[in-house]
Design a protein around this ligand. Structure first.
Ligand SMILES: [Zn+2]
Length: 145
């Protein structure tokens, strides 16, 4: 299990962190151009509009890219390696930098279906991570030749 340092919370990300208390995944969407916005911020990075609305996600997504880390970047992560760092395309949402957990990190592949999973933080918030989604793979089974 990865036990990272507790993340800080800023004004722009407060709604995201509040939603994690009930393990809900929310992200911003631009009211003017429709772009999903991640990480939380005050202005759309696509069109510079300040009209952003928080949207709830199903928490399902697909691995866009993955890398396995074998060397701990900080002493508190020494027991966590190896772990998978991935870019996940959230269904109908943004691409997120995250971890894929609850599996062999070397088994994570590009295109794997994943779902949000949560790790409790000491202050009641939860850390967003992703885990393999068996239901996702059943919905789109690989073809055998
Ligand atoms: Zn926009």
């Amino acid at each position: 299990m990865i036990v990272p340092p507790v993340p800080s919370e800023e004004a722009a990300s407060a709604p995201f962190w509040d939603a994690t208390r009930t393990q809900r995944l929310v992200f911003q969407r631009c009211d003017d151009c429709g772009a999903p916005v991640w990480y939380p911020r005050a202005v759309c990075p696509t069109c510079l509009s300040g009209n952003l609305t928080w949207t709830e996600s199903t928490g399902r997504g697909t691995v866009y890219s993955v890398s396995v880390h074998y060397r701990a970047p900080a002493p508190e992560l020494t027991d966590a390696v190896p772990y998978a760092v991935a870019l996940v395309d959230l269904d109908g949402g943004p691409r997120m930098l995250t971890n894929v957990v609850d599996c062999d990190p070397e088994a994570v592949r590009i295109g794997d279906p994943v779902r949000a999973t949560w790790r409790a933080l000491p202050d009641g918030r939860h850390l967003l991570q992703f885990a393999p989604d068996p239901a996702g793979s059943l919905a789109d089974p690989p073809t055998s030749q």
